[in-house]
Design a protein around this ligand. Sequence first.
Ligand code: AMP
Ligand code: MG
Length: 273
Amino acid sequence: MKENALHVKHLVKPGAKIKLKEIDPGDTAPYQDKKEVEKLLKVDKEEITKLQELLYAEGKHALLVVIQAMDTVGKDGLIRHVMGGVNPQGCSVSSFKVPTAEELAHDYLWRIHQVTPPKRMIGIFNRSHYEDVLVVRVHGLVPKPVWRARYEQINAFEKHLTENGVTILKFFLHISKEEQKARLQARLDDSTKHWKFSVGDLKERELWDDYMAAYEDVLNLTSTPWAPWYLLPANHKWYRNLVAARVILETLRGFEMQWPVSQDDLTNVVIPD
Ligand code: AMP
Ligand code: MG
C-alpha cells in the first residue's frame, strides 16, 4: 500500500455497514515503529502549516474538522498534536458541552451553525451536532422519532455547508474498552490529571455498548460523499495522529490553491532608503 494512502484506508464509504466490534482499534498497519511515525508526522505538520497559510491568503475555502470520541480517547491531544503548528489566527476550536437553556430553546443546529468556519479559516469541533444523536439518544433526552429524524437533517445541513464553500471532514476516534480503562486509571493515578477526571465519565463507560450502537448508526447513516467520516484506530496515539494529519493534508492539497497576486503592479517598485 502506498504510504500516503491512509486517508483512503480509513474512509467510511457512504452506505457502509460498519460493525465496530470488527474494527481493530489497535491497528497501526503498515507501521510498527512509533519513532518512525512521529518523524512522518513532523513532516506532514510542516506541510499542513504551509498550506494553512495559503488557505488563509487565498481566502476561497473553509475547512471544518469534526472530532467525536468517547471520553479519554484524546480529542484534545489530537488537536494539539496535529494542529499545534498552525497560525492561531487562521484556526478556531469550538467545544460543545451540555447545551445551555438558551441553546436548548433553539433547534440543535443553531449553536453549531453560529461557529462554522468562514472562508480562509480552519474550524475544529471538539464534539459537535453529533452529540444530538449520541448522548441524547443513549440517555433518551428526546423521544426516538425526534433523534431518528436527525440523521437526515444533519446530512442536509452538511450538504448546505459544503455547497457554500465549507469542506467537512469527520473523525471518529476508536479505542477499545480496555484501553479506556487503562487511560482512566492513569488519570486517577496522577493528580495533575484529576481536573480531567469526572465520575460522570464512569457512568458513560457503563453505557459503552449503547454508545457503540449509536456510533455505528452515525457512521453508517451520515458518511456522505460531501461530508465523509474517517474511522481512526486510536489505541495508539501516534498512529491516530498520523492518520488525522494525512487526511487533513490530502484535503488541503486537493484544494489546489494559488498565492494571490498583489492588487498593485509591483514590477518597478523600489523600496526607499
Ligand atoms: P467534555 O467534552 O468532557 O468537557 O464533556 C462535555 C459533555 O457535554 C459531554 O458529556 C457531552 O456528552 C455533553 N454534551 C455535549 N453536547 C451535548 C448535547 N447536545 N446534549 C447533551 N449533552 C451534551
Ligand atoms: Mg470529559
